[in-house]
Design a protein around this ligand. Structure first.
Ligand code: NI
Length: 393
């Protein structure tokens, strides 16, 4: 049987599995029940659980016993602190916690691929590793897994990951060679002035006015310093200052996020932004400093594996169902796995306009069309089968 046929035969079970995860979401690094459910399903399918000393998250290993490559599939498993507003029978049973990013979908489709591949073991060589990552939402899970050595013993030669995408209809999958999701960095800015009476601004150095000028001037990093053909976002998310309406404070604190695709542009950002921050403050008599923290690299899919993934989508979904997606300035810590092994991150279509399944990630009414579950499972399984053939050559 083909991977797609086996996956279709599992459709009802996958929906049941997904709803169980959806009803019992757990926050980052608290995925204890989720992890034990995953381990149970893998174990029942004859897949070994490898203990890497992780408190949550699961690593499964399907050994064929034949020499060959090790190919990994990764799904993240954590939920968000959001109160679900969907009125569905499988609504979250945990107040204030919801699978609003669809990691229940990712967990289910990677489990589905494991179930499919466990039945197709004789067509494979080497090993398949299943990485169920905790704490993706706080950008910590991939790092924890890599520190625990999940890409070794056996060494992973190629990796695929998946995120649902409500903007893509169920039955279609987005595949893109090159940059798909942005590098994520965090900035902090502190502005110092001289406080005083709001009625006597000439006797102060107003850090709020300097801070406001900094916020505006930072946008020139995007519009005047960077090619219009090169994606860049600089957003200030917090701006904190002051204690009373008639007091000019002596300090402003800001934090923000910087998103890039191009690694060279990313490397240039600390000096570009520092120059704007420090000199804008200086022009107004204040002083300011920028701190810059590199959080995650961009998700950059290899051409070879994007080709394999596109072929897998055609095999499972048919011609015309590979979407060339518009990349997102959102980040994904799957990027850290791609630094260790080449691979491809796919966007699984879960949208369904007629059924009102249109809300984006982190929305309290986020949902997914469950017909995407066997599709995702089959596509990932097919990616493994085709990569296995490709690496054997
Ligand atoms: Ni997510």
């Amino acid at each position: 049987m083909l991977a797609s046929e086996i996956a279709q035969s599992l459709a009802e079970r996958l929906s049941h599995i997904r709803r169980d995860f959806h009803m019992h979401p757990e926050l980052s690094f608290k995925e204890f029940d989720t992890s034990s459910k995953i381990a149970k399903i893998l174990t029942e399918a004859g897949i070994e659980i490898v203990d890497h000393g992780l408190s949550t998250g699961v690593v499964g290993l399907l050994r064929t016993g034949k020499p060959g490559p090790t190919i990994a599939l990764r799904g993240d498993i954590d939920a968000l602190p959001i109160e679900e507003q969907n009125d569905v029978e499988y609504k979250s049973r945990v107040p204030g916690v919801m699978h609003a990013c669809g990691h229940d979908i990712h967990t289910t489709v990677v489990l589905g691929a494991a179930l499919v591949l466990s039945k197709m073991k004789d067509q494979l060589t080497g090993n398949v590793k299943f990485l169920f990552e905790p704490a993706e939402e706080i950008n910590a899970g991939a790092k924890a897994m890599l520190d625990a050595g999940v890409m070794e013993n056996p060494h992973v030669d190629a990796i695929f990951g998946v995120h649902n995408q409500p903007d893509i209809p169920a039955g279609m999958v987005g595949v893109k060679a090159g940059a798909l999701m942005a590098a994520v960095d965090t900035i902090g800015i502190s502005v110092s002035g001289v406080g005083g009476h709001g009625a006597l601004p000439h006797r102060t150095v107003d850090p709020i006015v300097a801070g406001a000028a900094i916020v505006l001037n930072l946008q020139t990093a995007v519009s005047r310093n960077t090619s219009p053909l090169e994606p860049l976002v600089v957003s200030i998310g917090t701006f904190q200052a002051g204690t009373a309406n008639n007091v000019i404070p002596d300090r402003v604190q800001m934090t923000g996020t910087v998103r890039t695709f191009n690694p060279e542009l990313r490397d240039a950002m600390p000096s570009t932004l520092s120059r704007i921050v420090e000199n804008t403050a200086q022009a107004l008599g204040a002083t300011a400093q920028l701190s810059y923290r590199r959080d995650l690299p961009a998700v950059i899919n290899s051409k070879e594996y994007a080709n394999i993934a596109a072929g897998a989508v055609v095999a499972v979904c048919g011609e015309g169902n590979v979407v060339d997606p518009v990349p997102s300035m959102g980040g994904e810590d799957f990027a850290l796995f791609l630094e260790k092994a080449p691979g491809c991150f796919l966007w699984l279509g879960v949208g369904n306009r007629e059924r009102g399944i249109v809300n984006q990630w982190h929305h309290p009414r986020f949902d997914a069309d469950e017909s995407s579950l066997p599709v995702g499972a089959a596509v990932l399984a097919q990616c493994v089968i085709d990569t296995n053939k490709f690496l054997k050559k």
